[in-house]
Design a protein around this ligand. Structure first.
Ligand SMILES: Nc1ncnc2c1ncn2[C@@H]1O[C@H](COP(=O)(O)OP(=O)(O)OP(=O)(O)O)[C@@H](O)[C@H]1O
Length: 573
């Protein structure tokens, strides 16, 4: 666990943690040594010379004061390192998430990562802020006490030392026995948290479906699963707690018996036995606290493992010697791409010369959006190559590639800020006039005029205060502002109202003018804008040509349009 902790922390934070652990160990040792002074004190008090106890009592007071000061400093250091780490880890996780391939962000990931970044990170980092000091103390203080006992009487000391392997064995056994129950509980916990997020997000759909009073079955199941897993994990912990208590008591009883035996044999004085037993009793508390600490540590370890898994997910490799694309053309050379076992793009080859437009058409699930994602290198291909400007996208630096590509996808995400801030994301250093011009070209200015607050109007979380068509206009304005030579367009499938439809159409016309365009087209009107069309089915390009050629050929493409335009009125396309 310690190596996982240091790996998660990274080299920058490992050193302050090591320093804090050293300070905590020193504190625990001083605590143990201060207890050691009880032996001469008790010896003097019960050995018939109580006056001899005075200097030892003063030394004990001084040792307790040193311990108190060290404890304060080490607790403060643990707390400070914990909070600094928490802050640092948020940044580390955030930076790492920003470098992960966009394709990594599947629908489940959002719930998972939000739980991890919130509660998970807190729990993982609580190891340092709250668990490290008691853990170090629970191990180092008893060991120091045992070392002192060996110094006073090796037989009693060695007998006490036997507790160490016994306690370690119980702890390791409990950890192993609990591993499955703990992992299940942590999984259920994450599942339930993700379902709560899903339930909240699904409110509009549930209400529209009239399921307001009804409970969300999947959430109920997840919560029931969590309850069962928690019960199993609590029950699984019981033998460990009991085992630890019995072990500690057994060792203490053995020490008591050994002390009595030695005292009766005259090998050791009664006062010494009493003093050593008091020392042994001081070991019991920290040892018994191990069972509670163990449970909390296991919980933190599960979160640490999740954090470790995310941090170990490799970002797409950056090229060592990046290549600059020579032009704005796009090419697929025998590209195969799989999602898990499933081949989503199967040996696709195509070419879009600079300034030309390619429409991608095909049934749902054919792989159309994936084709666009591969151009923007959301994922790396499994075979073949995707080239932009003649260069393999894997050989182009991410920034360079992103600078050449503007995307307008169906699900537009807006940040909770003003319209202007959202448009400016396309090119953060654009002048106000450029932002206004792009917004005008996307007919976003009409939306701005209507909104109270105008340009400063807030769009709400995810752009919820704007309609779907209005959000599309923001996305088009962003792409226009970016002024990239290649445009990837995934056409909105849902119907827009006539005003928005016309505005989005106008905006897209301006956006695609003079650029290389690859667009997923769902409407005949969009396809007509393209120079060439590929018809994709099951990840394969089954037909390719101009719209008119393909219609004349009477193949899959012609059949597809016949089917999708009938019985819908052709005017809608
Ligand atoms: N993250 C993912 N993990 C696993 N499979 C995925 C993932 N994303 C997409 N797929 C699968 O890949 C296939 C192609 O998906 P894609 O979105 O490219 O199709 P599409 O032609 O754009 O569909 P539509 O027109 O319905 O949007 C689908 O069967 C989809 O289920």
């Amino acid at each position: 666990m310690i190596s996982m902790l240091f790996r998660v922390l990274g080299p920058r934070y490992a050193r302050p943690v090591r320093r804090t652990v050293a300070l905590m160990t020193a504190t625990a040792v001083v605590e143990g040594l201060s207890y050691a002074l009880l032996v001469p004190i008790l010896r003097a008090l019960f050995g018939g010379a109580p006056g001899d106890a005075r200097p030892w009592l003063i030394a004990f007071g001084a040792a307790v004061a040193v311990y108190g000061a060290l404890r304060y400093v080490s607790d403060l250091s643990g707390f400070r390192v914990g909070t600094t780490l928490l802050h640092g880890m948020y940044h580390r996780l955030g930076d790492h998430l920003a470098r992960l391939p966009v394709g990594w962000y599947g629908p489940r990931r959002v719930g998972e990562v939000s739980v991890l970044a919130g509660r998970g990170l807190l729990q993982a980092m609580s190891v340092i802020a709250h668990l490290l000091a008691p853990l170090v103390s629970a191990c180092a203080t008893p060991l120091t006490i045992v070392a002192v006992m060996i110094g006073f009487d090796w037989r009693m000391g060695l007998a006490a030392l036997l507790a160490a392997p016994a306690v370690a064995a119980v702890q390791v056994g409990t950890g192993r026995a609990m591993a499955a129950a703990d992992a299940e509980r942590a999984d259920r916990d994450h599942e339930a948290a993700a379902r709560v997020v899903e339930y909240l997000r699904a409110q509009p759909v549930l209400r529209a479906g009239g399921r307001t009073a009804e409970r969300f079955g999947m959430l109920d199941d997840a919560l029931r699963g969590l309850q069962r897993a928690s019960r199993r994990s609590t029950l699984a912990a019981l033998p460990g707690v009991l085992g630890l208590t019995l072990t500690v008591q057994a060792v203490f009883t053995a020490l008591l018996a050994l002390g009595a035996y030695l005292a009766l044999g005259g090998d050791i004085g009664t006062a010494d036995v009493l003093a050593l037993l008091v020392l042994a009793a001081r070991c019991a508390d920290p040892l018994l606290s191990l069972s509670e600490l163990g449970g909390r540590l296991r919980g933190a370890r599960a979160e640490l493992a999740r954090l470790d898994a995310v941090l170990r997910t490799e970002p797409l490799p950056e090229p060592r010697e990046p290549v600059r694309p020579a032009h704005g053309g796009v090419e697929f050379a025998s590209v195969t791409f799989r999602h898990g076992d499933r081949t989503v793009i199967d040996g696709a080859s195509l070419s879009v010369p600079e300034g030309r437009r390619l429409a991608v058409v095909g049934p749902s699930g054919a792989g159309k959006s994936t084709l666009l994602h591969l151009i923007a290198r959301f994922y790396d291909v499994d075979a073949g190559a995707v080239r932009v400007g003649g260069a393999d996208v894997r050989d182009i630096g991410t920034e360079e590639l992103m600078a050449r590509i503007a995307v307008v996808f169906q699900d537009v995400h807006l940040f909770d800020g003003t319209i202007e801030e959202n448009v400016r994301l396309g090119r953060p250093d654009a002048s106000d006039a450029e932002v206004r011009a792009a917004a005008g070209a996307a007919r976003l200015d009409e939306v701005v005029e209507r909104l109270p607050g105008g340009w400063a109007a807030n769009v709400g979380e995810g752009g919820e205060l704007l309609s779907g068509g209005e959000r599309q206009r923001v996305s088009i304005a962003r792409a226009l502002l970016k002024d990239a030579p290649i445009v990837l367009l995934d056409e909105v499938t849902s119907a827009l109202d006539p005003v928005n439809e016309a505005a989005v159409h106008d905006g897209i016309e301006r956006l695609v003018a003079g650029r290389t365009v690859v667009m997923v087209a769902h409407r005949m009107r969009t396809v007509r804008r393209a120079d060439r069309v590929v018809f994709l089915d099951g990840g394969r390009i089954v037909e390719e040509g101009s719209h008119d050629e393909l219609l004349r050929r009477g193949g899959r493409y012609a059949g597809f349009w016949a089917l999708s335009t009938d019985p819908a009125p052709t005017g809608a396309l």
